[in-house]
Design a protein around this ligand. Structure first.
Ligand code: 3HC
Length: 303
């Protein structure tokens, strides 16, 4: 009918081609689920060495996925991995990658100035229909979007670590995000197999706004000498049903990332006690103890 045609023509085309800027834990995970759901994905990072490492980690993660998907069928496992990898390419030039992208997802360091420089460059190079999204966990989307001339085609797509396992993506809109852009982002989240929730452009959106203050209070509890990290973790796993305790989770997310998040919120809202800093967290980060990825955080890990 006419109404259906009108509705279709006013919405954007489905997203087929995706450029992911940043090949760390989050970027690689997003690339993996996007490629596995049939999108053509280009992952960008600063050097060939870094993107090669990302490609290897995606293959390793796919290895875990196929063990579950095709138990005892190594041929099907290999075919699946090869098929997903054929949807993925690695690139060190962000400008080249965005030329043919329907969607650009940024998953680089949690630093507003660096994100703005990136997006203002890409804004000049990407086609006009291209939607921009940030996977930031703590910086206002509108502050990042302000570096571009496509405020209506800009939103947030916030995934969770490990991306192949965690079923959620938060889809964030600013007051400027158009309905068509929001629908396209939401449809993309569903297309990669996630459940989507909507949230306004507020600090931490839903999950981190609750999770990060909880993890910080766990650190303060230990600083006050009330319990050990190990007992806090045991307590929250066995007493509240969390899959990881707050210290295991902090080490998993990365203590540097935790510090980026809490410092950023503190700067924007200095009087909020939920955002107050922790000497212990700052000390560990200053010593380069970032958690599992650096071999030590609250706990020690085999390298
Ligand atoms: N890729 C593919 N599959 C993976 C994987 C990966 N990177 N990591 C785990 N898996 C799979 C495993 O293969 C396993 O599959 P199976 O059940 O079929 O054997 C399954 O996931 C469970 O893994 P494990 O058996 O190794 O270990 P656990 O049962 O302890 O689960 C966990 C691991 C899923 C990480 C679980 O501990 C968990 O859910 N932890 C909490 C994670 C969390 O809270 N994440 C959110 C952090 S906040 C965030 O990301 C936001 C950011 O902005 C800060």
């Amino acid at each position: 009918s006419k109404m259906i045609i009108r509705a279709m023509s006013s919405s954007t085309q489905p997203i087929k081609t995706v450029a992911i800027i940043g090949s760390g834990l989050m970027g690689s995970g997003i690339a993996q689920v996007a490629a596995a759901s049939g999108h053509k994905v280009t992952v960008v990072d600063q050097s060939q060495e870094i993107v090669d490492k990302a490609s290897a980690s995606i293959q390793k993660s796919l290895g875990r996925v196929v063990k579950k998907k095709f138990p005892d069928d190594s041929k099907a496992q290999q075919t699946y991995i090869a098929d997903v990898m054929s949807h993925l390419s690695m690139e060190t030039n962000a400008v080249a990658a965005v030329k043919s992208a329907d969607l650009v997802i940024e998953a680089i360091v949690e630093n507003l100035d660096i994100k703005k420089v990136l997006f203002s460059t890409l804004d000049k190079e990407a086609p006009s229909h291209t939607i921009f999204a940030s996977n930031t966990s703590s910086i206002p989307i509108k502050d990042i979007a302000s570096s571009t001339s496509r405020l209506d085609r800009f939103g947030g797509l916030h995934f969770f670590n490990p991306v192949p396992v965690m079923k959620l993506v938060e889809v964030i809109r600013t007051p400027e995000t158009s309905d068509a852009t929001y629908s396209a982002l939401e449809a993309f989240g569903k297309a990669v197999g996630k459940v989507t929730v909507q949230c306004k452009d507020t600090p931490g959106f839903i999950v981190n706004r609750l999770l990060v203050p909880y993890m910080m209070e766990a650190v303060r509890l230990v600083e006050r000498g009330e319990a050990t990290p190990k007992d806090v973790d045991t307590a929250m796993k066995l007493g509240a049903g969390y899959p990881m305790g707050p210290f295991e989770l902090s080490d998993y997310v990365g203590l540097d990332t935790m510090k980026f998040i809490i410092d950023g919120w503190m700067e924007r809202d200095p009087n909020n006690p939920l955002f107050s800093k922790s000497e212990l967290l700052n000390k560990l980060v200053a010593e380069g103890k970032f958690g599992a990825k650096s071999g030590e955080g609250f706990y020690q890990y085999k390298k």
